[in-house]
Design a protein around this ligand. Structure first.
Ligand SMILES: [Fe+2]
Length: 362
């Protein structure tokens, strides 16, 4: 299918017209934290779950039995909390998540972001169209393409909701890396050092793309400063918040030091397999992730085929760092200890029952 055919049939807006030139300038920040204060056990959500698959102990979960278009308000709050805890949550067979439902789901959690450059659906400017036909020449590979969505905005994204309406026969997976684990894995002196720093995030990559394509933007391509270590407002856990695509530099250190710090962190994001999960897309699969505490990248292995994603991006709050925040590592230790205690208690009860039975038999 040619680009023209898709553009006409699906009404994709590639280029800002006079009418929508300032569309993204209206972006705002969330005024409440979706998922904060939700039932820690998430009973309403799990009442509908028929199967839960945790991809790794701390990161990535696939849920079966949920229809994203039919969530109650309580379930949607609990789901927001689960996504913040697990980083990314996957769903299969969401046939009824059309563009209207996709937008509706995002709006449950905050104002939707309008991207300053990525093409969008005409009727729904909040739905961006990630069509590999529109990508710039291959400048990215999986070492330098890890990012969290729109971190160059003053209020970067809390959640992204992604589905694909065109996928290659194979390949084109997406991988995510855990920003909580990245923080937790650093030594104490390096954690303390990074906690005092801020970084400048920029839309430089989109400025390059804009220059290459000559496309008009839908509003300003922003640059902004954020803390290097960020507190996730839902979980209260610390995570690293710099990424290879949008973080231009660490502030108040020399250029060489900034490069050295960023390269070290980016290297851990892309290489530490124990921080990562990878998702194989299928028609009607949906992934929802927390951009405040994760990084992701597409795997560019599917040429000469194409893929086309539809993404709704929820704007979050202004990033902050609270030195008294907890960590995922602490929460995980408590959870693992509770599981072990439960297993030990069950084993003990079983042994006692056996002993009792054998005593009776004797
Ligand atoms: Fe992305």
């Amino acid at each position: 299918m040619s680009v023209t055919a898709i553009t006409t049939a699906e009404k994709i807006i590639l280029d800002a017209s006079q009418q929508d030139e300032a569309l993204s300038d209206r972006n705002t920040h969330a005024t409440r934290v979706a998922g904060k204060g939700a039932d820690p056990e998430k009973k309403a959500l799990f009442a509908s779950v028929t199967k839960r698959i945790d991809y790794t102990p701390k990161f990535g979960t696939e849920l079966h039995g949920i229809r994203l278009s039919e969530l109650t308000e309580q379930q949607s709050e609990e789901l927001a909390a689960l996504i913040a805890e697990r980083g990314v949550v996957f769903f299969r067979d969401q046939e009824d998540l059309d563009l209207a439902e996709h937008v509706k789901l995002g709006k449950r959690w905050g104002p939707l972001h309008v991207h300053p450059l990525i093409p969008h659906n005409q009727a729904n400017p909040e739905v961006i169209v990630l069509d590999s036909r529109y990508q710039p020449p291959a400048r990215y590979n999986t070492n330098n393409s890890w990012h969290s969505d729109v971190s160059f905005e003053p209020a970067p994204s809390s959640f992204s909701i992604l589905t694909f309406d065109e996928i290659p026969e194979s390949g084109g997976d997406t991988a995510w890396s855990n920003g909580y684990a990245l923080y937790d894995g650093l030594s104490e002196p390096i954690k303390k050092f990074l906690e005092g720093l801020t970084a400048t995030h920029s839309s430089d990559n989109f400025k390059v793309l804009q220059a290459l394509t000559g496309r008009k933007t839908f509003g300003k391509l922003n640059d902004t400063e954020h803390p290097v270590i960020r507190t996730n407002p839902v979980t209260g856990w610390k995570s690293v918040f710099v990424n290879a695509v949008f973080t231009r530099e660490i502030n108040n250190v020399s250029q060489a030091e900034s490069k050295w710090i960023l390269e070290y962190l980016h290297d851990l994001v892309s290489k530490r397999l124990d921080y990562q999960v990878r998702f194989r897309w299928a028609k009607h699969s949906v992934a929802i992730w927390d951009n405040r505490s994760t990084f992701h990248t597409g795997v560019p292995d599917f040429k000469p085929f194409f893929r086309r994603g539809l993404r709704v991006t929820v704007s979050g709050e202004i990033p902050f760092f609270d030195p008294n925040s907890g960590t995922q590592a602490q929460a995980w230790e408590a959870e693992a200890n509770a599981i072990i205690a439960k297993q030990e208690a069950a084993a003990k009860a079983k042994a006692e029952a056996l002993e009792k039975a054998s005593a009776t038999t004797a």
